[in-house]
Design a protein around this ligand. Structure first.
Ligand SMILES: [Zn+2]
Length: 323
C-alpha cells in the first residue's frame, strides 16, 4: 500500500469515493464564525515605542484563519513575524490609508493554521522598526490551536480501485511536489484588494474540508479543500484578484487552476470542466476562470476549492469572513 504515502502527501488530494454530506462540518464552520464574532475583543498588547499588537482571538481550530493587527504611531519598516514556525506577511490596512494623519498606522496579517497543526499552545512574534527615529519594536503573544474534530471515514474497497499504476503514482507525487513549491513561494506584492468572494454564486453546499479517509486500514491524507456543490458547467469566479500560476490537468484534482494573490496566499480550483485562463494571466476578482466539471478523481461534478497561506492548508470559506 505504498501508494497511499503518495496520496497522503498530495496537497490537493480529492480522492475516490465521495462520502455522504457531512452536514455537521458545515454547521461547525458556521458556528465557529458566529462564535468568533460574539467573542469579546482581545485587548491590544504593547510592543513598545507607541506600537501594539492584537489577535482577533486567542484560539482557533486546525485548518482555520486567525487574523491579527499591529498599530503604530508612525509608519513601520521591515514589519515581519512568525507564528507556529511559519512566516507572516503584513500589509497596511485599507482604512489606514483614508485615516487622518494623527491616526495610528494599522497593519494586518493572517495566521493560517494548518489542518495537521498539532493542538496546543503556539508562539507569535512580531518585529519592525519605526520610520520616526528608527526605534525597533518587538513583541510576543501566544495562541491556542484546538482540535478540528474532522470526520474520519473508514472504507474497505478492492485494492484495484485504490491503487494507481506506478506511472500514475509517480505523476501524482511529482505534481504534489510542484504544488508544494508553488505554495512555499511568497510573492512580496499584495495583488488583491477588498473582500474575498465565493467562487460559485449562490452556493449552499460545502463539504469534506478536513475529512480523513482510512482506506483498507491505511490512513490517507486529510481532504484539504472544501467541495462546493454545483451542477456541471456552473461558472467559477476568482475569489479575488491574482495571477494564474498553474492551469493544467492534475491526476487527483483534474483540470486545476491555482491563483497567487500575493503575500503567500494561494487559492486552488479543481475538477473544472474547462479553464479559459493560462499561466501568467492576471485575473480580476470575480472573473470567470473555469466551469464546474468532474475531471480528475471524483464521482460527480463539484468545485474543489483550496486555500494555502504560507504553506498552511486552511478552509477557504474562512476567507469570506475577513473584513
Ligand atoms: Zn475535494
Amino acid at each position: 500500500m505504498k501508494w497511499l504515502a503518495g496520496v497522503a502527501a498530495l496537497t490537493t488530494a480529492s480522492v475516490l469515493a465521495t462520502p455522504a454530506p457531512p452536514a455537521a462540518q458545515q454547521t461547525r464552520h458556521a458556528r465557529s464564525s458566529t462564535a468568533a464574532k460574539s467573542q469579546p475583543a482581545i485587548p491590544w498588547q504593547s510592543c513598545g515605542a507607541g506600537s501594539a499588537l492584537r489577535l482577533s482571538g486567542l484560539r482557533r481550530s486546525q485548518g482555520a484563519l486567525l487574523p491579527l493587527e499591529v498599530k503604530s504611531d508612525s509608519p513601520l519598516n521591515d514589519l515581519k513575524g512568525e507564528a507556529a514556525n511559519r512566516a507572516l506577511s503584513f500589509w497596511p490596512s485599507a482604512t489606514s490609508a483614508n485615516a487622518p494623519a494623527s491616526a495610528p498606522h494599522i497593519y494586518q496579517s493572517l495566521i493560517g493554521i494548518d489542518l495537521d497543526q498539532k493542538p496546543g499552545s503556539y508562539d507569535l512574534s512580531v518585529e519592525a522598526t519605526q520610520t520616526a527615529g528608527g526605534s525597533p519594536l518587538a513583541c510576543q503573544a501566544k495562541f491556542e490551536v484546538t482540535d478540528g474534530h474532522y470526520k474520519v471515514e473508514r472504507l474497505n474497497v478492492a485494492p484495484k480501485f485504490v491503487e494507481p499504476t506506478p506511472e500514475d503514482l509517480k505523476l501524482a507525487q511529482d505534481q504534489t511536489a510542484r504544488l508544494r513549491a508553488i505554495f512555499a513561494t511568497v510573492t512580496p506584492e499584495k495583488l488583491w484588494q477588498g473582500k474575498f468572494r465565493m467562487p460559485i454564486q449562490g452556493a449552499t453546499s460545502f463539504k469534506n474540508f478536513g475529512t480523513r479517509r482510512v482506506l483498507n486500514g491505511e490512513p490517507s491524507s486529510p481532504h484539504t479543500g472544501v467541495d462546493v456543490g454545483a451542477v456541471r458547467g456552473t461558472p467559477i469566479h476568482a475569489t479575488q484578484r491574482g495571477r494564474v500560476v498553474l492551469a493544467e490537468p492534475l491526476y487527483f484534482s483534474g483540470n486545476t487552476v491555482v491563483l497567487d494573490h500575493g503575500l503567500g496566499i494561494y487559492t486552488l480550483y479543481g475538477h473544472m470542466e474547462s479553464m479559459p485562463v493560462k499561466v501568467g494571466d492576471t485575473v480580476e476578482a470575480g472573473q470567470i476562470i473555469g466551469k464546474v466539471g468532474s475531471t480528475g478523481r471524483v464521482t460527480g461534478p463539484h468545485l474543489h476549492w483550496g486555500l494555502s497561506i504560507s504553506g498552511a492548508r486552511v478552509n477557504a470559506l474562512d476567507l469570506l469572513n475577513l473584513r
